[in-house]
Design a binder for this molecule. Structure first.
Ligand code: SF4
Length: 334
């Protein structure tokens, strides 16, 4: 039996997480859609299950099988198609994984993965095949990771990624931030998260208070692909973060049939700005196995960017980038 909590009773973010939609059939029922209207696959769920917060599903349009939010999370038959060049670890991250829970690829920055879980599963995610089970550090391994950071004085920024780092409890986050603040060469903590967008209830006053407690500067990089994701609750969550002095940026992925035109991306930039968020990066899709149907060609991407630049002031135009396994930074596409 499917457990449901009416949306109005989902007071805490933990309630929201405990009541994710995990059955595609339930999602279809909520959206008044029939399976034959979609390219639904139940087979792909074994490897990468459906995880969808109800508040995010609420922003999808009823009866629309092409809804841009639905297509980001819908398990589809096309994931089983073998597209040439699409592999399990497109960024070869495992070679930069010196110990469990840590990735060290870029100069001056190190990435910590405090958790393996996310509030939502995005079907195009480049970490969908990452060996998370080998990257669940225990307390001793956490202390080793902190020692790794302490020992390298060239590091100034710690990036919390995942999974989604805001899936951990405030208590765990506090423990981590306290240790990071005690390392003199660390100036900034950057948090890559979808929580403010998919479960805005996560941005509690208690969490915001944590960001004002330490000498560290906090940067949050949200992940939004379409303006329809940004409702008034998300806007209010962003406001709380701004009041806690957190700098907000957004990164998107250029996704076929979801945001692959200048008009949609211009709307997204405008809406982000009204929420106090700077559009930062627009990523070309990472070629991860199972996501080939989302790919937008380089030529089409360039043409979209030309139109976008003609429509928007420069500060609202994200930088189109491509991540390459061997490169020491993201490659801007001019
Ligand atoms: S929230 Fe981020 S890490 Fe999690 S599935 Fe989506 S893109 Fe991947």
């Amino acid at each position: 039996m499917i457990k449901t909590i009416p949306l109005q009773n989902q007071n805490s973010w933990q309630d929201c997480l405990a009541d994710l939609i995990t059955d595609p059939k339930e999602l279809l029922k909520i959206l008044n859609l029939k399976p034959e209207q979609l390219d639904l696959s139940m087979d792909v769920l074994r490897e990468f299950p459906l995880r969808l917060p109800r508040s995010f599903a609420n922003r999808m349009q009823q009866g629309n099988p092409r809804d841009p939010l639905l297509l980001q999370v819908l398990p589809q038959q096309q994931e089983l198609v073998d597209y040439p060049g699409f592999v399990s670890d497109p960024l070869a991250e495992q070679q930069f994984n010196p110990m469990p829970g840590i990735l060290h690829k870029y100069a001056g920055r190190v990435l910590l993965m405090p958790t393996t879980s996310c509030a939502i599963h995005c079907r195009y995610c480049f970490r969908r095949h990452f060996p998370y089970t080998e990257n669940r550090p225990d307390k001793k391994q956490w202390l080793d990771s902190l020692q790794y950071i302490r020992a390298d004085s060239s590091l100034t920024e710690v990036i919390l990624s995942g999974g989604d780092p805001l899936a951990i409890s405030d208590k765990h986050l506090e423990w981590l931030l306290e240790h990071l603040a005690a390392i003199p060469h660390i100036q900034r903590v950057r948090i890559h998260t979808r929580f403010p967008v998919v479960i805005p209830q996560r941005i509690t006053q208690q969490l915001c208070d944590l960001f004002t407690r330490y000498r560290l500067r906090f940067v949050m990089v949200l992940h939004t692909n379409h303006a329809q994701e940004l409702d008034d609750e998300v806007k209010a969550a962003c406001k709380r973060l701004k009041e806690a002095n957190v700098d907000l940026f957004n990164q998107s992925v250029l996704l076929k049939s979801i945001n692959d035109n200048a008009e949609t991306l211009a709307d997204l930039s405008e809406r982000l700005f009204t929420c106090g968020v700077i559009p930062y990066y627009l990523h070309m899709l990472d070629k991860v196995k199972g996501s080939g149907h989302f790919e937008v060609s380089m030529q089409a991407a360039r043409s979209i960017m030309t139109k976008l630049r003609a429509e928007l002031p420069g500060y609202l135009v994200p930088t189109l980038v491509k991540e390459e396994a061997a490169s020491a930074n993201k490659t801007p596409i001019l």
